[in-house]
Ligand binder design. Structure first.
Ligand code: ZN
Length: 176
């Protein structure tokens, strides 16, 4: 059975650390971490979670987009472990859309991100994967990749006017 993990909040140093590469994919600790991260992100209505957000400073995150009360319009996907990721190429321009973060509860902001990213990563077996993500999934990938470098979504804002509380966000924006 997977364990639900505690989520590190902004202010804890682990959120600002640069995470280390995963070397030993067969290590049962890595496999358990992947299972626990998937259980945790689903439990808290997240669409992605990075290992540093559960106090493990490793270059590993989960993408788990699915419609839920925090992200009613998120597309559905199989929860996927993304390990040692790299963005190989990306769209020229960026688009703004609303993001939140499990480590910064109660806040949403309009964050500029590349519309598409071509990426390379290892799956949980250590197999290399090359894939292109667009729109919301590209956004999740960029948000979670940033966590591996100690960057949070508020660092990416162009304008502090584009921040709101989650309560106001769910009232105003989700109805559009
Ligand atoms: Zn986050």
């Amino acid at each position: 059975m997977a364990t639900l993990l505690q989520i590190a909040q902004l202010g804890h140093p682990v959120i600002r650390q640069k995470a280390k590469q995963v070397e030993r994919f067969e290590d049962p600790k890595i496999q358990t971490l992947v299972d626990d991260l998937i259980a945790t992100v689903m439990d808290v209505n997240g669409v992605g979670i990075a290992a540093p957000q559960v106090y493990e400073s490793l270059r590993l995150f989960i993408m788990a987009s699915h419609p839920n009360p925090r992200y009613p319009k998120a597309p559905d996907m199989e929860p996927t472990a993304i390990i040692n990721p790299k963005i190989i190429s990306h769209s020229r321009s960026k688009e703004k859309d609303w993001e939140g973060c499990l480590s910064i509860p109660g806040i949403r902001a309009l964050v500029p991100r590349y519309k598409w990213v071509k990426v390379q990563y290892c799956d949980r077996q250590g197999k290399k994967v090359i894939q292109t993500y667009t729109d919301f999934l590209a956004r999740i990938f960029q948000h979670e990749s940033d966590h591996l470098d100690g960057i949070i979504f508020l660092d990416r804002l162009e304008n502090m006017q584009e921040v709101m509380t989650e309560k106001e966000y769910l009232k105003v924006v989700a109805k559009l």
